[in-house]
Design a protein around this ligand. Structure first.
Ligand code: HAM
Length: 428
C-alpha cells in the first residue's frame, strides 16, 4: 500500500469545501482592497530563500526541500532548486524581474497555494501546507513606506477573519526596527548573552554570534527564562521607527482593531523591518499562529533589486479551517446540489440526461441518477446528496412534458411543466 508521504495529506470533502469557502472570502476581501492575484512558481533557485529568509533561520537551515537539478543540455547549468517554503521571496523576485515598480506605482498582489517545510508534523503543522498571502510593495514615492499601509493590511485581516467567522483571535504586534537600530540592538543582545549563552541550546549559542535577534525566536523551554531577561527592542528603536510604529497603532486604534504588544515576536524570517504581527487562535493548540506578517523594507535590495519597501502577510489556510472547526461556528457550507434527477424505468437515462443538461445550463446544480434504480433507491441516493428536490423522469412525464417534483423534507409533491422546472429548482 502506497500512502501519502509523512507530513502531507489529502484534503477531502467536506473539508475541501471549507478550504474553498475561506479562499472565496479571501478573494472577495482582496477585491474590496484592490489587490490582484500573482502566481509564482512552486520551486525557485535555492539562493532566493537563503538570501531573503536568511541562512540562520530554521526554515533555511533545517526545513527546505532542496535538490540538485542536473543539467539536461549543454546550455543549462546544474542548479540547486528548492520547493518554496514561503511566497514573499518569490513575489519580490517577480517584482524585480518584471520591473513592476518601474512606472512608480504601488503593487498590491495576493497569492494562494502550497508551501513546503520539513517540520515535525503535528496538529496544524504539515510539510505541505497552504497559504493565502498578500504583499504591498513599490517605490517609496508611491507611499509604500507609509504606516498607513501597515495598518490597512492588518485591518483587512481583521475584516477577513470576521467574514470567515473566526472569532477567538488575538493580534500580536511588535516593531523590530530598521537597519539603523538593528546594529545597536544586536550589540546589546550580544553583550547581555555573553555570560549566559553557555547554558543555552546549541542553536542559541551559534546565533548569539551570527544573528542574535534569532535567539528571541528560540522555542526550547529551558531557554525561555534567559530570553525573557534580554534587552527589549523597543528601547533601541530610532526616532523615525518609533514614530512609524506609533502611527500604525494610532490608526489601528481609530479603526477599532485591538492588539497586544509583544516584544518577543521577531518572526522566523530575517527580512523583517519595523512592524511585525501575528494573529493567534486558542483553538489551535501548540501551533497557535493563524497568520503572520510584517514589513520588509530592505528585501528588494537584498535580492539585487531597487529600493522597494513593502509589507505583507501569509495566513495558514489549514489552520483557518482548524480554527473554524474548533469554534463549530459552522461556516455553513451549503449543500452542493439542489435537485436529484431520478430516471424511472428502463430506457429513461437518455431523456433524464437531456433534462439534466437543460437544467444545469439554467444554473441548477443537480445530481443525475440511473434508470436501474427503483424509486426507493433513488430517494435514498437523493437524500445522501443533500438535494432539496427529487425530479422523477418516467415515460408518462416525458410524454406530458411535466415532471413530478418532490420536496424531500416536507414530502410534498407537485407536477411542474418543463418550462417552469428550472425556476422551481432554484435556477434561472
Ligand atoms: P510564516 O509566519 O512563516 O510567514 O507563515 C505564515 C503562516 O503560515 C503561519 O502563521 C501559519 O499559519 C502557516 N504555516 C507556516 N508553517 C506551517 C506549517 N508547517 N504547517 C501549516 N501551516 C503553516 C511567512 O510565510 C511570510 N512569508 C509571511 C509574510 C508575507 N510576511 C510578509 N509577507
Amino acid at each position: 500500500m502506497i500512502k501519502a508521504v509523512r507530513g502531507t495529506r489529502d484534503i477531502l470533502p467536506p473539508d475541501s469545501a471549507l478550504f474553498q469557502f475561506v479562499e472565496a472570502q479571501a478573494r472577495e476581501v482582496f477585491r474590496l482592497y484592490n489587490f490582484q492575484e500573482v502566481r509564482t512558481p512552486i520551486f525557485e533557485d535555492t539562493q532566493l530563500f537563503s538570501r531573503s529568509v536568511g541562512e540562520e533561520t530554521d526554515i533555511v537551515g533545517k526545513e527546505m526541500f532542496t535538490w540538485e537539478d542536473k543539467a539536461r543540455a549543454q546550455s543549462e547549468k546544474a542548479q540547486s532548486l528548492t520547493l518554496r517554503p514561503e511566497n514573499t521571496a518569490g513575489v519580490v523576485r517577480a517584482y524585480i524581474e518584471h520591473g513592476l515598480g518601474d512606472k512608480g506605482q504601488l503593487q498590491k498582489l495576493y497569492y494562494m497555494g502550497p508551501q513546503f517545510r520539513r517540520e515535525r508534523p503535528q496538529k496544524g503543522r504539515y510539510r505541505q501546507f497552504y497559504q493565502i498571502g498578500a504583499e504591498v510593495i513599490g517605490p517609496a514615492s508611491a507611499g509604500s513606506e507609509s504606516p498607513a499601509r501597515d495598518a490597512e493590511v492588518i485591518e483587512m485581516l481583521a475584516m477577513l477573519l470576521d467574514r470567515v467567522g473566526i472569532k477567538g483571535w488575538t493580534l500580536l504586534l511588535n516593531s523590530v526596527g530598521c537597519a539603523n537600530d538593528r546594529g545597536k540592538y544586536n550589540e546589546a543582545l550580544r553583550a547581555a548573552l555573553k555570560d549566559v549563552v553557555g547554558q543555552m541550546c546549541a542553536d542559541c549559542q551559534r546565533r548569539a554570534e551570527t544573528n542574535p535577534l534569532r535567539v528571541l525566536d528560540c522555542k526550547v523551554p529551558e531557554d525561555q527564562p534567559t530570553i525573557e531577561k534580554l534587552p527589549k527592542i523597543s528601547e533601541y528603536l530610532d526616532e523615525p521607527c518609533r514614530e512609524n510604529f506609533a502611527e500604525v497603532k494610532k490608526i489601528l486604534d481609530a479603526v477599532g482593531v485591538k492588539y497586544e504588544l509583544n516584544e518577543r515576536m521577531v518572526r522566523g524570517l530575517d527580512y523583517y523591518t519595523r512592524t511585525t504581527f501575528e494573529f493567534t487562535h486558542g483553538g489551535l493548540g501548540a501551533q497557535s499562529a493563524l497568520l503572520g506578517g510584517g514589513r520588509y523594507d530592505g528585501l528588494s535590495e537584498m535580492l539585487g533589486g531597487p529600493k522597494a519597501p513593502g509589507i505583507g502577510f501569509a495566513l495558514g489556510l489549514d489552520r483557518f479551517v482548524l480554527a473554524l472547526q474548533s469554534e463549530a461556528s459552522g461556516a455553513q457550507v451549503q449543500s452542493a446540489v439542489s435537485a436529484y434527477i431520478a430516471p424511472l424505468g428502463a430506457g429513461m437515462n437518455a431523456a433524464a440526461a437531456k433534462l439534466a443538461r437543460e437544467l444545469r445550463a439554467q444554473g441548477v446544480a443537480l445530481e443525475l441518477g440511473d434508470e436501474s434504480f427503483r424509486l426507493k433507491k433513488s430517494f435514498e441516493a437523493a437524500e445522501r446528496t443533500g438535494a432539496k428536490f427529487v425530479v422523477i423522469v418516467g415515460e408518462n412525464e416525458v410524454k406530458a412534458d411535466t415532471f413530478a417534483v418532490k420536496d424531500i423534507k416536507s414530502g410534498e409533491q407537485k407536477t411542474i411543466p418543463r418550462s417552469e422546472l428550472a425556476k422551481t429548482l432554484g435556477g434561472r
